[in-house]
Design a protein around this ligand. Sequence first.
Ligand code: NOJ
Ligand code: NOJ
Length: 567
Amino acid sequence: MLPSLNWRPASLLTITLACGFVTSSRANPIAHSSHNIIESVPDLPNLDEWIADEADIALDALLENIHPPDTLPGVVVASPSRKDPDYFYHWTRDAALVLSVAQMVYEHGVDNGGAKDTMLENILWNYARFEQHLQTVPNPSSNIAEPKWNVDGTAYTLPWGRPQNDGPALRAQTLTLFAQSHLRKHQNTSLITSLLYDSRFPSSSLIKNNLEFTSHNWQEDTVDLWEEIRGTHFYTLMVQHSSLVHGSRFAEEMGDIGAARWYAAQSRKIASKLEEHWSPEHRILQSTLSRTGGIGYKSSNLDVSILLASLHTDPPSLFDHPRHPFMPHPHFLHTPYPPWSDEVLSTAMKLDHVMSSLYPINNITNVNDLPIANAIGRYPEDRYDGIGTSSLGNPWFLTTLAYAEVLYRTAVEWSHQNWIPVTDVTLDLLKWIGAFHPNSTNPHSHTAEIGKYAISRVPVRRAHSPVLFDWIIKHLGKKADAYFRRVQLHALGRESGKMAEQINRVDGKMQGARSLTWSHAAFVTAVVARDKFLGSLEGEVGEGMGRYTLGDQRRFASLKLQLLKKR
Ligand code: NOJ
Ligand code: NOJ
């Protein structure tokens, strides 16, 4: 099934060679001094205002890539680009992640069941019907884990990294959340039972079929989300776990009690399997274990997919309260490794550190005295330049945005729980975000106070140290904003703000598939996390954090209106 290391269609090889800008940037990376970027973007406009404008662009781009001309209803193209590279296909993973943004807005509602809510609902049903159709199409994976489809609903039959078992899990998860939202709004089970969940076994209904596949096949090795390595992957297991946790709850709602127990039992087994990915020696969650094929040069096993896993297992919601009430046993949580866990944060810091010297553009650390965080790529050894793999990898928009989202979500979680854990990892985190300078000599500073916590190891409680607590939370927000500013630096004034897949590591220009749908979905979810973060500051306005502190409803209303005003 896995013929060679090169799974790209042969034509891409020639495209790589034809791709002049890649060659020239590689020839002399230093000659392209990072000053180029600063000169071309002398002034970065206010971040809040830019984010509001860019959210508008992102939402439009996202909707444009759903069922564009020449495609069937329900198709989500990965990008409108049909050449260099050809991304005009329906990828199961990209589609599920993009549709989870549409589901987020649908769940919250926009106009009380009016035209806009109906439009969103139609997008989601069309997606469901298209996916249902794909389940019946013979394909090279011979199962529902085929990763990529033609936009006319036929199978893509050229060599590819297949199967990709994260697909059925993500598809099930997005549709489960949609089905639950739909039932809450319409109380009409017949629509749901006919297409999405019929409680029969074997089942031809979409969610159940995908939960059955996931619960029976999670032990199989599979190709990873980057479509390059076969083995056991943290990302795949994480989304399989969360889809079964969400699915188990939904099965119970649908009266399918035996299935609910089976999905929950399998999710618990996956949770313990996931623990094997932690390397105590390197203090990272390793992306792949038991590699059986595919590329062999990914020696660090350090991959941004760990952060993506922590985000994609807890899909965004426009509500302030958690989607599911408190669950007593950690194995019932939809994610055993949330963004604020020591394991995810430790991995994030290690990867950021490697990336900081890997990409020349990361020499830029501030513009106009405002901090710019590192541009982040998939993993250090990456060779995929957006067209082929005979070059060097680059930072990506969606992976840089993942850092912002992880940090905002961490700040919100700590803010809600009113305490901050003091561990080796969180102490490193405080140094990394500039809140803790262990060598400072000022005995009255916040950093001296953190020094005392570093010795006692008791948590920083808001009730006990309110000023220090806020200082830390705001530093998390500032670091997260610095990742947004990095995205701003490379998106502003280029391609009308539509984010491609990659950012050239040397000249900072966009590279690879233009207007990548997933880049825009990642932007929206990071903005939602930022909105919640700003809401959690409770009216206290940090530097450069002013514009959105109007109260949740108005902020979310602006996001929703942005989503819908053009259609
Ligand atoms: C295209 C894939 O989409 C990309 O992720 C991968 O790096 C290359 N092919 C090489 O396999
Ligand atoms: C390449 C990425 O590696 C993969 O994750 C994605 O699904 C495809 N591009 C399509 O965007």
